[in-house]
Ligand binder design. Structure first.
Ligand code: URA
Length: 444
């Protein structure tokens, strides 16, 4: 086979065969196909699209370009979750221990933040000593011993995606549904999951700003998973305003701990209950955990009794983190300047623009511009209001945690653009915009 022929076929709008796609991806991963041909291939896919069958072939070729985790000695059914990324999304920190506390093993690899979108690994590193770089042996051992492990992604997992994603970034080929869907799903499949819950964010603070596009992406990912023999549930969740109140690494860890203690912001708590519930439902597959009321009662009990928090403590201990800060979150990294950003006028909150809040936190130093940049774990925002809330002049809208006056000024200017007020009542935003089921969990 020749790369140029495969590129030409896609350029002309023809469907590629499974063999062609597998050959192209494995040759590119080995370095036998150069970047310039892979770039042409990506642009042809971007312009011509891919059928469901081609997208499944591409996903599986990328998933098998490196190691594929086999977790069958740890659990006969592995559940995983993936979030497409948003502002204030610390869901994994709550959902993983919560699910594990129900006796369902979870072994998850997470990523770092980029731009204004946070990453679970950065948040975890707010916990002094927490080791996100585990060897394969330690990852498996901790999953087996504790039923929970949460680390960075192994370099050997879906290496084709790593190479292709970097190339897409510089060839204007990121926003392509088959390329995004195959990129996300290849990593999930390589990570050994049997059942996957996808949290597809939609709104101004998400990768996908349009509901129809987000739904199309969720559907493609569900289809891919189903064709690859996985059970799938995709949740479309709103990301027009931040999730919960905290935005910024250590602040989000504190909010996650509060939620695992039975507290936390109501929207975030509900979001966690929904996602954890779907993970349990996948795990049940018609056996245990099929009754939604039963699932919710169990999860509520585990939140309010501290059973989920005990699992989080076990996770942090096992990965070398300082557990004292779970009981005393004031030991988390703290910022030197803490000030309030008040409402300038009375009214109903009509907008808490998630992307502006995310950028305001980024301006403080909580995010990274490019891979490898350092992040300030202590800085960020606590957003006290949601769309629909009534405020008076001077009502605190945000508490800013900063370490630098110049950055603080940039943050304040950004916050001036984040809020809008209405003289008449405003409907609160929905938490979810729908759920897509694939594989066995399809409801009756
Ligand atoms: N996240 C990924 O992992 N890949 C994409 O292509 C987009 C978002």
């Amino acid at each position: 086979m020749r790369a140029v022929d495969i590129i030409a076929r896609k350029r002309d709008g023809l469907a590629l065969t499974d063999d062609e796609i597998r050959w192209f991806i494995s040759s590119y991963t080995r370095g036998d196909v150069p970047d310039y041909q892979a770039a042409a291939f990506l642009m042809a896919v971007f312009l011509r699209g891919m059928s469901r069958q081609e997208t499944v072939s591409l996903t599986l070729a990328m998933a098998h370009s490196g190691d594929v985790l086999d977790l069958s000695d740890i659990t006969d059914y592995a559940v995983d979750k993936h979030s497409s990324g948003g502002v204030g999304d610390k869901t994994t920190l709550v959902v993983l221990p919560l699910v594990a506390s129900c006796g369902v093993p979870v072994a998850k690899m997470s990523g770092r933040g980029l731009g204004f979108s946070g990453g679970t690994l950065d948040k975890l590193e707010s916990i002094a000593g927490y080791n996100v770089n585990l060897s394969n042996e330690d990852f498996r051992r901790l999953a087996r011993e504790n039923g929970i492990v949460l680390s960075g992604q192994s370099h050997d997992l879906a290496p084709a995606d790593g190479k292709l994603y970097a190339l897409r970034d510089v060839t204007a080929t990121v926003p392509s549904l088959p390329l995004i869907a195959s990129s996300i799903m290849s990593k999930k499949i390589a990570a050994g999951a049997n059942g996957i819950v996808l949290d597809v964010k939609v709104g101004r603070g998400a990768f996908m700003t349009d509901l129809d596009e987000a739904r199309a992406l969720a559907q493609i990912m569900v289809d891919i998973g189903q064709d690859a023999g996985r059970d799938m549930i995709a949740v479309l969740s709103d990301m027009n305003q931040p999730l919960g109140r905290a935005v910024g690494n250590a602040l989000e860890v504190a909010e996650a701990i509060d939620t695992l203690n039975g507290g936390g912001p109501p929207d975030f708590r509900e979001h966690c209950l929904e996602l954890a519930g779907y993970m349990l439902r996948l795990y049940g597959r018609g056996q245990r955990w099929i009754d939604e009321g039963d699932i919710r009662q169990t999860l509520l009990k585990h939140l309010d009794s501290g059973t989920g928090l005990a699992k989080f403590r076990q996770l942090v201990t096992a990965q070398g983190g300082d557990v004292r800060l779970i009981d005393d979150p004031s030991l988390l990294p703290t910022a030197s300047i803490v000030e309030t950003y008040p409402a300038a006028q009375a009214g109903y909150i009509a907008q808490v623009a998630a992307e502006e809040i995310g950028m305001a936190s980024f301006d403080l130093g909580a995010g990274r511009e490019k891979k490898g940049d350092p992040v300030d774990l202590a800085v960020g925002l606590i957003v006290h209001v949601k769309v629909g809330d009534r405020v008076e002049p001077g009502t605190p809208l945000v508490t800013i945690h900063a370490n630098d006056e110049q950055r603080l000024a940039a943050c304040r200017a950004r916050l001036d653009r984040a809020f809008a007020f209405s003289p008449t009542p405003v409907e609160p935003l929905p938490l979810f915009h729908g759920t897509i089921f694939g594989g066995r969990p399809t409801p009756e």
